[in-house]
Write a protein that binds this ligand. Structure first.
Ligand code: FAD
Length: 623
């Protein structure tokens, strides 16, 4: 049936697998996507939303690198919000509420339009390995597919076990069976594996809710979009979400089911996402809190199904139902599906290199939740990187790695492979040391040129980005070179409570003042004329404002990043024998031997490796 050898076989069509398949195929590799159910391509297992704090930056990075998640999110959004707008631009984070069914459909449409990509629906239950190298996969029907590289993106499916109250059953997601065979084989091959858990709330019938008792949460007045390309447009129409709260009565009803809760009776043993706790976990841990927020999120344009964000639970379904009926606005609620928890296998990601290839088996890559992460965006970005690197390996080209100062994706992968993770890893802005550099607004400046270099961004796309950058740089230069007189500036400054100037000075200094924004500057004739003459759009104006207002911070972070990048350039040979460095601490020697850092900089981020261990290494390397 499969007589040809594929360049890349991707196992699993979730968020990681879809991006991996798209990037490998777009780089010209013959690619096969094998997944258990082709109807559920890029299925949103939990909340119907993309982006949010730090995750929105990742979606923009994926888009700048030529991935599809941003375009799909834009085309299937029902609401857009720029979160954290009251904070500095490093914190602004785009988020959309998505149409769950349309999201999966749009992904499939885009993948079907991707050249070099074949599809097959089946469960893969084994890898073909020869001499420490992967050479293909075997399906549950016994079909063998030969491949030069394989990307595993099994998500929550490996030996997945679903819990609802005292009931347990095998499954990768509600209504879908678990995947078996792969974990066992990987353990035999010498891999370490672990168990993690996650959970999801009930879905309900929106027609049974009383929205008049809840607070409406509309989208932004001027919605933006994720993709820098012209393949999607901002929304012209949006659907609102709603907000309500739990109450002491709801908590009491939930507590009645605690003795039947798999979380509390020891049946669930693995660790779940700390920042996405179940409702029973919240009322247990924060017993003095009288209420918890709940966001009521529509599942799409054309469905009455509603997602109950904040009420994730694995309590028995009767307890879930009774408690939910006591929530304001939910008095007559009808269930579509109960909430549940799921336990699944993952592989500690310290077993991977920066390209997401496993250290043990040549040509085998892991991406997504299989690496201990949680979230669509985290998964999608790993998939993109694994797909790119699998393709580059096949083409015998240099691998593609993003540093911590280039992208959140660089931070994510470096954290995973250097530090590992004991609980589901989710991205936060606080994980990045160069937040001011890694903004959502400049992901295209940071990454489109590199995407173009490897062949994922078109000439057209690079040109658009360069044009935007040129316009913004020129506008910044205009502020640096153009003077403003007290007569022109003082009325604006006075109105904004900023001290007046008594002699002419450069506009840049005025604009950099905290009270002054672009709208104020625009009131100056020279600025208004410049904008009109050069036809500057919203994106260029926003970019310029950030470049002026944050120039000090940006410069400082760039300098720090440059310093770190110097260490990044000092490579450590793959099979370096740390035991020969007698001055290294025992812990540093053991951890570096296991993790095999690629550079001195990566070595310095391993917990247990001290600055004096780094000095020993630097001395040895002659630095
Ligand atoms: P998945 O999206 O799980 O996709 C895996 C794909 O691989 C599936 O299509 C599956 O059919 C296929 N597959 C698996 N094994 C095989 C095989 N052997 N052969 C062929 N195909 C295979 N994330 C959050 O950020 N917050 C949350 O609150 C949250 N809650 C969740 C609750 C539940 C119940 C679940 C299931 C997930 C939750 N997630 C949550 C996680 C989120 O869904 C994942 O992080 C994301 O979907 C992972 O993407 P992925 O591509 O790695 O895997």
């Amino acid at each position: 049936m499969f007589d040809k050898e594929y360049d890349v076989v991707v196992v699993g069509g979730g968020h990681a697998g879809s991006e991996a398949a798209a990037s490998a195929a777009n780089l010209g590799c013959s690619t096969l996507l094998i997944t258990m159910n082709l109807q559920n391509i890029a299925q949103m297992s939990c909340n119907p939303a993309m982006g949010g704090i730090a995750k929105g930056q990742i979606v923009r990075e994926i888009d700048a690198l030529g991935g599809y998640s941003g375009i799909v999110s834009d085309r299937t959004a029902i609401q857009f919000k720029m979160l954290n707008k009251s904070k500095g631009p490093a914190m602004w984070s785009p988020r959309v509420q998505s149409d769950r069914m349309r999201f999966a459909e749009e992904w499939r449409l885009l993948l079907e339009q991707t050249p070099n990509l074949d599809f097959y629906q089946e469960m893969v239950n084994g890898l073909l390995i020869e001499g420490g190298k992967v050479v293909g996969v075997r399906t549950s029907l016994g079909i063998e597919v030969k491949a030069k590289t394989v990307v595993l993106t099994n998500g929550t499916f490996l030996n997945g076990l679903i819990h609802i109250g005292e009931k347990q059953f095998g499954g990768g997601r509600a209504g879908e069976r678990a995947a078996t065979g792969i974990t066992e084989q990987l353990i035999d091959l010498g891999f370490d594996s672990g168990r993690m858990k996650t959970g999801t709330p009930p879905r309900v019938d929106g027609r049974s809710l009383d929205y008049s008792k809840m607070m409406e949460q509309p989208g932004d007045d001027n919605p933006e979009k994720f993709s820098y390309s012209d393949l999607s447009k901002p929304l012209t129409e949006q659907r609102s979400c709603f907000m309500t709260y739990t109450s002491p009565e709801v908590h009491d009803l939930l507590r009645e089911g605690f003795d039947r809760s798999p979380m509390f009776n020891g049946r669930i043993k693995s660790i779940g996402p700390r920042y996405c706790p179940s409702i029973e976990d919240k009322i247990n841990r924060f017993a003095d809190k009288e209420r918890h927020q709940m966001f009521i999120e529509p599942e799409g344009w054309n469905t009455v199904e509603v997602y109950v964000n904040g009420f994730s639970t694995s309590l028995p379904e009767d307890v879930q139902f009774k408690a939910l009926r006591s929530v304001v606005g939910f008095e007559n609620v009808k269930f579509f599906r109960p909430g549940y928890a799921i336990e699944y296998d993952y592989f500690p990601p310290t077993q991977l290199t920066h390209t997401l290839e496993t250290k043990l088996i040549d040509g085998l890559f892991f991406a997504g939740q299989i690496n201990g992460t949680t979230g669509y965006e985290e998964a999608a970005s790993q998939g993109l990187m694994a797909g790119i690197n699998a393709a580059l390996k096949v083409k015998e080209e240099e691998s593609f790695i993003l540093t911590r100062s280039e992208a959140y994706i660089g931070v994510l992968i470096d954290d995973l492979i250097t530090k590992g993770t004991e609980e589901p890893y989710r991205m936060f802005t606080s994980r990045a040391e160069y937040r001011t550099l890694l903004r959502q607004d400049n992901a295209d400046f940071r990454l489109t040129p590199v995407a173009h270099k490897i062949g994922l961004a078109s000439d057209d796309r690079l040109l658009r980005m360069e044009e935007k950058q040129k316009k913004s740089d020129n506008f910044v230069q205009f502020f640096k070179e153009t003077s403003v007189t007290p007569i022109e500036a003082n009325p604006v400054l006075k109105e904004k409570g900023s001290s007046p100037i008594n002699q002419s000075g450069k506009m840049f200094k005025i604009f950099a003042r905290p009270q002054i924004n672009l709208e104020d500057m625009r009131r100056l004739e020279k600025v208004a004329d410049y904008i009109e003459k050069n036809e500057l759009d919203k994106e260029v104006l926003e970019q310029t404002e950030i470049q002026v207002k944050y120039s000090g911070y940006i410069e400082k972070e760039k300098n720090n990043a440059d310093k770190l990048n110097r260490l990044e350039n000092i490579k450590i040979p793959k099979d370096f024998d740390y035991t020969k460095l007698k001055s290294l601490s025992y812990e540093a020697c053991e951890k570096m031997t296991r993790i095999k850092p690629a550079t001195i900089s990566q070595a310095s981020r391993i917990s247990g490796v001290s600055p004096s261990d780094i000095s020993v290494l630097l001395v040895y390397m002659g630095r």
